[in-house]
Design a protein. Structure first.
Length: 252
């Protein structure tokens, strides 16, 4: 799974799974744009990559702001002349009972988790279309509806992740003529800063782990290996798919 010569933009890359994706890609030879809301934290990740012999730049990007996204893409093209891969990873997950959920909280989650994916995919696909080649990997969740699982107090989050899966399928069809592949990954319980609230509640963690056949949370690196596969030429015939990585949660 060699990404040598490829230019990859990864959003939400300052920590958690995004940071893991960025470092995994760099180790595989990609030139990485580390993008997130904190330039300082992005720079720290970029510096780590450089110390390990990779190539990376840090870019401040709020995925709810089209101007930030356009600047992110311009930074990649200005530095390396192209965009080959986008990993739409930026997202939030805030628990709130449905009857207490405010419009502002709903809008914020949808704006970051879904609208942000749309804006980033559109901006990057326009560059990819110029050379008729590219890959987009959208990070969804097992909380995606249909064959996924519902989660109490996360109606806004579940709606956004289900939307990501539906959008992925539509984009795969529409962008195939440009040789742009689009896939989604639906992780289960992964040990990242985003799941701190889960880990802080022993009863909730016990209930979740009881549903996972492997009886543990996943590691960010395990998800990164799957992202790497879908971003590489090894998956050249895969598009429009949603791949679940959940320790067997949905199978159970």
């Amino acid at each position: 799974m060699d990404l040598k010569g490829k230019v990859a933009i990864i959003t939400g890359a300052r920590r958690g799974m995004g940071k893991s994706h960025a470092k995994t890609f760099a180790k595989s030879g990609a030139k990485v744009v580390v993008a997130d809301i904190s330039l300082e934290e992005c720079q720290q990740v970029a510096d780590e990559i450089k110390k390990e012999g990779g190539e990376a730049i840090a870019v401040k990007c709020d995925v709810t702001k089209k101007e930030d996204i356009d600047n992110m893409v311009k930074a990649a093209v200005g530095k390396w002349g192209k965009v080959d891969i986008l990993v739409n990873n930026a997202g939030i997950c805030q628990f709130k009972p449905f009857l207490e959920l405010t419009e502002e909280e709903w809008d914020r989650t949808i704006n970051i988790n879904l609208r942000g994916y749309f804006l980033c995919a559109q901006a990057c696909a326009r560059e990819m279309a110029k050379k008729k080649s590219g890959v987009i990997v959208n990070i969804a969740s097992v909380a995606m509806g249909q064959v996924g699982v519902g989660m109490p107090a996360l109606a806004h989050y579940c709606a956004s992740k289900g939307g990501i899966v539906a959008m992925t399928e539509a984009l795969a069809l529409e962008l195939a003529s440009f040789n742009i592949r689009v896939n989604a990954i639906s992780p289960g319980a992964i040990d990242t800063p985003m799941t701190e609230a889960l880990k802080a509640d022993p009863k909730m963690m016990e209930a979740i782990l009881a549903r996972i056949p492997l009886r543990r949370m996943g590691k960010p690196e395990e998800v990164s290996n799957l992202v790497l596969f879908l971003a590489s030429d090894e998956s050249s015939y895969v598009t429009g798919s949603t791949v679940v990585i959940d320790g067997g949660w949905l199978a159970g």
